[in-house]
Write a protein that binds this ligand. Structure first.
Ligand code: PEP
Length: 242
C-alpha cells in the first residue's frame, strides 16, 4: 500500500497573530510548487481559528498540539478535541515529548487523548521516542515499543511520529541508519494497521537534511518544529519530499 506523505509543522508555544503572515508565504510557495503529500501546520490554539480562516481552500491542514481526554467538562485551561475541530483542525499532536516531560503525561493518558481525538473526528499524531540515556543503554527499541503498546488506541486511523527526545530542538539529528532501523521496528509492531499507518520522523529536520531523511523507505513524512516557523524553510522541506 502506498502511503501519502505528511509534513506537519509544530509551532509549539511560538507565534502571536503577526506569525500568521508566514501562512500567506506558505500558501504562495505551495501554489507555485504544489506539495506531493499532505501539509499541516499546528499553531498555538489561540491562532487556530484565524489560521483556518486564512487557509480556507488552501492545501494546508490544521492541527492542535494537545487535547483533553474528555469531550467537555470542568477542566479550566484545557481544550477538547471537539473544540479544536470546531476551530478548524483535522489533526492533533498527542504525547509530544515536551508534554510527557512538562506535564508528566503517561502512555495511558496519551492513549486516552488519542481516543478522544478519534471520537471528535481528528487524526491523532501520536509521538514516541527515547531519551539519549535510554539509547546509550541499548533501550531505544524497548522504550519506543512500550510507548507504542501503551499510547496507541486499539483502532482508528492515526499517524505515529518517531521523535528521539535528544534530537528535538537540539540541532542533533538521528543518523539515517538509526531512523531507518527505528521506523522499521515501529512498523513491525503495528500489526494489521502497519501498511496503512504513516510514520513520521521528527527531530531537528531542516532543509539541509530533509532530502536524505524523507528518502528513507519507512519514513512517511516529518514532524517539524523550529524549521516550520519560517515559510521559506518549511516549504523547502516540503519540496524535499520524494
Ligand atoms: C518537534 O517539535 O516535534 C520537533 C521535532 O522540533 P524540532 O524540529 O525543532 O527539533
Amino acid at each position: 500500500m502506498s502511503r501519502r506523505a505528511l509534513i506537519a509543522g509544530n509551532w509549539k508555544m511560538y507565534g502571536l497573530a503577526a506569525a500568521l503572515m508566514e501562512l500567506d508565504a506558505l500558501k504562495a510557495a505551495l501554489a507555485a510548487a504544489p506539495a506531493t503529500g499532505d501539509v499541516a501546520i499546528c499553531p498555538p490554539a489561540t491562532l487556530l481559528a484565524q489560521a483556518a480562516w486564512k487557509l480556507k481552500g488552501a492545501p494546508i491542514l490544521l492541527g492542535g498540539q494537545d487535547c483533553h481526554t474528555a469531550g467537555e467538562g470542568a477542566h479550566t485551561g484545557d481544550l477538547s478535541a471537539a473544540m479544536l475541530a470546531d476551530a478548524g483542525a483535522s489533526l492533533v499532536i498527542v504525547g509530544h515529548s515536551e508534554r510527557r516531560r512538562d506535564h508528566g503525561e503517561t502512555d495511558a493518558l496519551v492513549r486516552a487523548k488519542a481516543d478522544a481525538a478519534l471520537r471528535a473526528g481528528l487524526t491523532p499524531i501520536v509521538c514516541v521516542g527515547e531519551t539519549i540515556e535510554q539509547r546509550r543503554a541499548g533501550q531505544a527499541e524497548a522504550t519506543v515499543g512500550a510507548q507504542i503498546a501503551g499510547s496507541l488506541p486499539a483502532e482508528g486511523e492515526l499517524v505515529v511520529a518517531y521523535e528521539p527526545v535528544w534530537a528535538i530542538g537540539t540541532g542533533l539529528t538521528a543518523s539515517t541508519d538509526e531512523i531507518a532501523a527505528m521506523h522499521g521496528f515501529i512498523r513491525s509492531t503495528l500489526g494489521p494497521r502497519a501498511a496503512a499507518t504513516r510514520i513520521l520522523y521528527g527531530g531537528s529536520v531542516k532543509p539541509q537534511n530533509a532530502g536524505e531523511i524523507l528518502a528513507l523507505d519507512e519514513v512517511d513524512g516529518a514532524l517539524v518544529g523550529g524549521a516550520s516557523l519560517k515559510a521559506a524553510d518549511f516549504s523547502a522541506i516540503i519540496r524535499a519530499l520524494k
